[in-house]
Structure formats: structure tokens, C-alpha cells
Design a protein around this ligand. Sequence first.
Ligand SMILES: [Zn+2]
Length: 244
Amino acid sequence: MKKVASFALLLSFSLPVFSAPPAHWTYEGKAGPEHWADLSPEFATCHSGKFQSPIDIRMPIDAQLPALKLSFHSAAEKIVNNGHTLQVTVNDEADFPLDGETFALMQYHFHTPSENLINGKSFPLEAHFVHSNEQGELAVVAVMFEVGAENSALKPILQALPDEENKTVDVGARYDLKPLFPDNLSYYRFSGSLTTPPCTEGLRWLVLKKPVTLSAEQLAVFQKALRHSNNRPVQPLHGRMIVE
Ligand SMILES: [Zn+2]
């Protein structure tokens, strides 16, 4: 008994240190992007990093990048509004080859307006398709949206949108991811980071040059669900090269 009691005592002292909840951060105000690094030591990279995302994509260098070979599977999926973004978790085999390795799609989520800019141009919506290789290294394929024709692949997502934050629901329908990507998969590539705390670096960023469309009504549903803009401002390049 004694042992248990002293262990419990030890736990009661040590738990607060080890289980501190992640610092609350936002897109505006005192916990907004310019203060992220001050909110937690774990967020230090948000300020000190030299490979931060997003960026304004300008003056790319022609590197004859290999064609992107994405696969578009329909998938059983779950969606959550986590208060920062609308995120769709996938469970399928939508892999693509990059740098001689295989990257598997883990989740995709949305930012409105876009986080990355292309020649200074902002888009009303940007999707981030987050892929991981076996070592857990991340590659993000980003797609810009402009207002135009309705996007059929967004329909089941927007219909399934949870009414409460942090409530995960099944999307229900199986659907084709293809309409979330342009036919022309030419892209810009650069090194970057997570665009949310802890702003971890070492991510491979591939931003597709051509946008796809969504309707004004679909954009309004995104904006209403998110209730606020969720784009981190663009970050300095610090000599980074953008290739195309
Ligand atoms: Zn993102």
C-alpha cells in the first residue's frame, strides 16, 4: 500500500509538468501568429525558424521538376472542425512517390483565405494534403481554389460538417478526390514548416500552380464554419530557393 501511496504522491507532483495541455493559440489577438513563440517553449521555432511557411512564391528557379504522380482514391473518412481548421482524416492508400520514397496521405484540411501566395496573389481557399513517409517526414501538396463552378468533391465534406467544434463525424459517402486537384499538376517546390504551432520545419512543400474552383455558396459554408480567417501571414524566405 505504502508503495502505491508514494507513487501516487510522486504522480501528483510530476503530472502537471508532463501533462501540461498544449498552449492555446489563435489567429488573432494576444495568442495570434506574432505571439506564437511566446506562448510555449515548444513553439520557439515559430519565431527562430529560417524555413517557415507559408511564403509568397516569387521568382521560381526552373529545375525541370519531375511530374507529380498523385493517385486519387475515394476513401472512408472522418471530418472534424478543431477550431483551427476543417480537417478530413483519410484511411486509404493514396500514396505518391517523391525523392525515391513513398508518401501516404494522412489528412487534408483547409485555410481561408490561402496561406501561400503566388506572385503576391491570395486565393479565397487553400487545401493542404498532408502526406507522410515511413519515417514520419511530411510532404504537403497544396491546392488553391478560386470561386467558380461548384466542386463536387467538396459536397459530401460540407454536408457532413459537424455543428460543434472537436466533434468528429463520418463523412459517410465515398467519393473521388480527383475534383480537388487540377488536371495540370505542375507545381512549385520549396522547404518549409507546419503553418501552425509548433511550426516544425523539414517539410517538403509542393504548391500546385493551377487552381481548382468552388462555388461562392461552398466558400460561404467554409467561412461560416471556421468563423474567422485561418491563414498564418507569409514568412521570410531567408535565402530559400523555390523551384518549379
Ligand atoms: Zn495547413
